[in-house]
Design a protein around this ligand. Structure first.
Ligand SMILES: [Ca+2]
Ligand SMILES: [Ca+2]
Ligand SMILES: [Ca+2]
Ligand SMILES: [Ca+2]
Length: 334
């Protein structure tokens, strides 16, 4: 498979370095520029990037194994053939909210001659969320200033400005096997395939120590992707907060969000902060078991207090005090 891509890569590199030439190469760098009052050319290529860029090729096998993309480099990645579909967010480890990255994928029937005739980029563009956000702000600012700015530009500069505005737009969310894509990122990016379909790529799974072939690594009923990116619980620990209740009992509808009226927080030992832990916990240096949902079933049973309410029976006495009162009167099942 890798061999099949080799001639293509050489074509791509030749096209980019010879075909694109200096001005289009500067256009590639456009994504990492801050809006300044410099000339268009200056804006396209920030000073720290004006030197020759390093080229890195990431093979399909590296994507399969999970790999960290270097920052500020021209990177070509190959999506493994067996991938039927992977979202941009999963492929790039859902880092797009914090990290600016961007790139484009070459069409399957990539044709150098045809690409050279086209204006703009030789493929379909993708931009990280942060990149999109910054670009929108930049374009909005530009539009406001456009009346006074465009009057002073000659026709050539005006066309170039239009080309930049028109061509750099997010167009792609789904990647498929066999594609070759160019990407540049301002920070290192963990990329890889997602064999178990839990929304976490193999590089990120390795960082968290979760199983890349098991969508619910710790078997607590909540998928790795939801634990890592939404619930912020541990994908490798069934009871993240150690209160005796497993994460899938606390987030009862297992949607990765905590509904405080009906659920307890898998990251908080004592969700209602009444002094008693949600499930059953060892206290007094391990000498005593104390808690609210004492049989750990997620249901409010007889002789239990509600881990979502400080004062379960509404009599003005908080649940922890009720517990001590129970001990004082030597009650059973306190
Ligand atoms: Ca996965
Ligand atoms: Ca899990
Ligand atoms: Ca728990
Ligand atoms: Ca409590």
């Amino acid at each position: 498979m890798a061999l099949r891509h080799k001639p293509q890569i050489h074509r791509i590199l030749r096209w980019l370095t010879i075909g694109l030439g200096a001005s289009s190469f500067a256009l590639i760098m456009y994504a990492f520029t801050a809006p300044t009052g410099e000339s268009l050319e200056g804006r396209l290529l920030p000073s720290h990037l004006r030197k020759e860029q390093e080229w890195v090729t990431i093979s399909a096998d590296q994507v399969r194994q999970g790999v960290t993309l270097p920052s500020h480099s021209n990177v070509i990645i190959h999506i493994p053939e067996e991938v039927t579909r992977i979202t941009r967010r999963t492929l790039f480890g859902r880092k797009g909210d914090q990290i600016k990255y961007w790139g484009y994928c070459f069409p399957e029937d990539y044709d150098q001659a045809q690409a050279l005739r086209r204006r703009g980029f030789p493929g379909v563009l993708f931009l990280s969320e942060k990149e999109q956000e910054e670009r929108e702000t930049f374009q909005l600012k530009n539009r406001k200033e456009s009346f006074s700015v465009t009057e002073d530009l000659d026709e050539d500069e005006l066309n170039r400005t239009r080309a930049v505005r028109g061509t750099i737009r997010h167009q792609m969310e789904i990647f498929t096997g066999g594609q070759s894509c160019y990407i540049m990122t301002e920070e290192p990016l963990p990329i890889g395939t997602d064999n178990d379909g839990d929304g976490v790529n193999i590089a990120v799974e390795r960082d968290y120590g979760s199983d890349p072939n098991n969508a619910d690594s710790d078997g607590d009923g909540i998928r790795d992707g939801l634990e890592i990116f939404q619930l912020l619980s541990m994908p490798t620990r069934r009871d993240t907060d150690g209160d005796g209740l497993i994460d899938g009992i606390e987030d009862a509808d297992r949607n990765g969000r905590v509904d405080e009226r009906t659920e307890t927080n898998p990251r908080e030992w004592d969700s209602d902060r009444d002094g008693l832990c949600d499930g059953l916990c060892l206290v007094n240096k391990g000498s005593e078991l104390r808690g609210e949902d004492k049989n750990l079933n997620g249901i409010l049973d007889k002789d239990e207090t509600d881990p979502r309410k400080k004062d379960t029976d509404g009599d003005g006495i908080l649940d922890e005090q009720e517990y001590f009162n129970c001990l004082l009167r030597k009650g059973k099942n306190c």
